[in-house]
Design a protein around this ligand. Structure first.
Ligand code: GDP
Length: 143
């Protein structure tokens, strides 16, 4: 097992529903730690750049509109196998298919307004973490 860092975002619907603390608590109870965190309201350009891999998907414009509709909490989460373990705590993209007890099952509205983002693999994490955080903004617990 390796200590990893992953990028997680509490999306505008999660902030609106006041579940920031609940979501962070779930990470902490799973022995995953916040290494960096801030609240931001993304511009269209920032959201488009973040979701660049989805630019040809039919839902891209709607996704960008949603992600810029209100503030988000962006976080770097660190711990053993953090990338896959955050994904497990999140649940399936479509909350109607997410397992009971997962964040999306418990809080998401629909397949778009699904409350939480987590990098889907090491390659994504290595793009997404520095997209929002510089090295000096991250706690240096890994090294
Ligand atoms: P994730 O890794 O589970 O977040 O899923 P994806 O990388 O496939 O999609 C990125 C985000 O786009 C999702 O978290 C949703 O917010 C949104 N999304 C994914 N699929 C759909 C869809 O079929 N329709 C809409 N409207 N949004 C979607």
């Amino acid at each position: 097992m390796a200590i990893e860092r992953t990028l997680s975002i509490i999306k505008p619907d999660g902030v609106e529903k006041d579940v920031i603390g609940e979501i962070i608590s779930r990470f902490e109870k799973a022995d995953l730690h916040v290494a960096a965190m801030k609240m931001i309201h993304m511009s269209k350009e920032q959201a488009e750049g973040f979701y660049y891999v989805h630019k040809d998907k039919p839902f891209f414009n709607s996704l960008v509109e949603f992600m810029t509709s209100g503030p988000c909490v962006v976080m770097v989460i660190e711990g053993e196998d953090a990338i896959s373990r955050v994904r497990e705590l999140m649940g399936a993209t479509d909350p109607s298919k997410a397992a009971p007890g997962t964040i999306r099952h418990d809080f998401a509205t629909d397949i778009e307004k699904n409350t939480i983002h987590g990098s889907d693999g090491p390659e994504a994490a290595s793009f997404e973490v520095p997209y929002f955080f510089s090295k000096i903004e991250m706690v240096n617990s890994e090294e």
